[in-house]
Design a protein around this ligand. Structure first.
Ligand code: CAO
Length: 435
């Protein structure tokens, strides 16, 4: 029986008690290697970040098996079978290859026969990819967390193991996960706080392999070396923008939305792109053509605990500044947990980077191929400038730097686009009205 059909069959014909009966009558069956299926986006390998099961654990379909991290996103792998976990093929931080077994699962006998039939069918029709293959992989954010029964602290077995090995009471760890779940990063932060500098000294000579997000950065930045960058910078007076934001950010805070400058910069980019669609585009080197994209999917360079990652806010042309803020907040929350799913990372059409949260003025931003342009802003600084009749006045200046692919974009286009962006950033009311 087709796996999806079998699952539907189990759902529709088995009442909960029947399902329980099936599990309770578990008998030894065939051991199947559960392979890492194709995650898409050309991902060939992933790093195993966390196991949610251990040998001897009973699993049901859709139970979490492990969390893996590709160079683009974090993915939770779930079980496709009911059965007993026999072997884990990787240790934490090992690199797993697509197509190779992740775990061996001893099947429940009833399903054993069906799996054999499916495998036979698959061999006969290898091009037919069962829907359950795709259903077994969920972006981390759509996987349900466990239940907090009897006031127990929520944590995965991996986190519990770290707590046990380091003699930590999980109740002492500040949780940041959903429903108060203690995440791995929480316990690591707790440990770091406990051992502080000693741990850093111990690590000072450590060799760190380039993995995950950094691996993606390696690829994209190496690719960017072949792009002739045209870079252009300017200063913007953001005094009015600062007053405008000050007026509304309190009210939004009460609604749980953090309004920084970024949503204004993103909206200004989208408004300016309406006039310069050549900059919201993908370059196809092979066919030497540029595709202007209708959607403004603005990529945001984001600093996360695992390094640089660049998710994008989709269809900014249809979003208000507040909606952009809400979406940015969501991406930042996921970024903090290194849990950004592929859907948030792929499809960007134009990029903005705000290194001004750390400092700096002018940059030479690096283009994120196949995009053709990127902007980077520095830190807002209060500086003296000449006003009317040569009086010296204090202004709040933001420096912005743009890079464009000079094979397909000329300097004048970049300068005109920058002027348009500056017009919106300097006049937030006109930005909000789109004038
Ligand atoms: N100048 C002055 N203050 C700034 C600022 C700037 N350019 N940018 C942000 N701030 C302020 C914000 O307004 C916020 O203050 P409030 O609490 O008063 O609102 C504070 O700094 C922190 O902002 P934030 O970082 O939480 O949020 P953001 O929307 O401004 O930026 C993001 C989001 C994702 C761009 C940022 O968090 C980040 O990761 N920056 C690093 C990007 C990066 O790595 N660039 C390099 C790419 S190449 O390696």
């Amino acid at each position: 029986m087709h796996r999806a059909a079998r699952y539907a069959f189990l759902q529709s014909t088995s009442t909960k008690s029947c399902r329980f009966l099936i599990l309770s009558s578990f008998r030894q069956g065939k051991i199947v290697p559960y392979k890492l299926t194709d995650i898409g986006e050309g991902i060939r390998e992933v790093t195993v970040k966390e196991w949610f099961v251990k040998p001897g654990d009973k699993v049901s379909q859709f139970d979490n098996i492990c969390e893996v991290q590709s160079d683009k996103a974090s993915v939770t792998i779930t079980s496709r079978y009911d059965g007993l976990v026999k072997v884990l093929h990787y240790k934490i931080d090992d690199v797993a290859l697509v197509g190779n077994p992740l775990v061996d699962i001893e099947l429940e006998e009833q399903l054993d026969n069906e799996i054999s039939q499916e495998e036979n069918a698959q061999e006969r029709h290898p091009q037919e990819k069962p829907e359950m293959d795709r259903a077994s992989i969920f972006p981390k954010d759509v996987v349900m967390s466990g239940e907090n029964l009897l006031g127990k602290v929520l944590a995965t077995p991996a986190v519990r193991r770290i707590a046990l090995e380091n003699n930590i009471n999980l109740k002492d760890v500040t949780p940041t996960g959903r429903d108060g779940r203690v995440l791995k990063e929480d316990i690591l932060a707790h440990l770091k706080g406990r051992f502080g500098n000693a741990e850093e000294e111990k690590d000072s000579g450590k060799v760190a392999p380039v993995k995950e997000y950094a691996k993606h950065m390696w690829k994209t930045m190496t690719k960017a070396l072949s792009i002739p960058h045209f870079t252009y910078s300017d200063d913007c007076d953001v005094t009015k923008l600062m007053l405008f934001r000050e007026e509304i950010k309190g009210a939004l805070k009460r609604e749980g939305i953090s309004l920084t400058y970024m949503p204004f910069f993103v909206k200004a980019a989208s408004n300016a792109l309406e006039k310069f669609p050549h900059l919201n585009a993908w370059l196809d080197e092979e066919s030497q053509s540029v595709k202007m994209v209708e959607q403004h999917n603005i990529s945001i360079a984001m600093d996360t605990p695992e390094g640089l990652v660049v998710p994008n806010i989709k269809n900014v042309q249809n979003l208000s500044i507040v909606e952009i803020a809400r979406e940015l907040n969501r991406l930042q929350q996921l970024g903090k947990k290194c849990s950004l799913p592929l859907s948030d990372i792929t499809g960007g059409t134009f990029c903005l980077s705000n290194i001004g949260t750390i400092g700096g003025t002018y940059m030479k931003p690096v283009i994120l191929s196949p995009q053709v342009a990127i902007g980077a802003v520095g830190k807002i600084q209060k500086l003296p400038r000449f006003g009317e009749r040569d009086s010296v006045i204090a202004v709040n200046l933001l420096s912005v730097s743009w890079s464009a692919d000079h094979r397909v974009v000329d300097g004048v286009t970049v300068a005109k686009f920058s002027n348009k962006w500056k017009h919106y950033v300097e006049n937030p009311l006109l930005l909000a009205l789109g004038i």
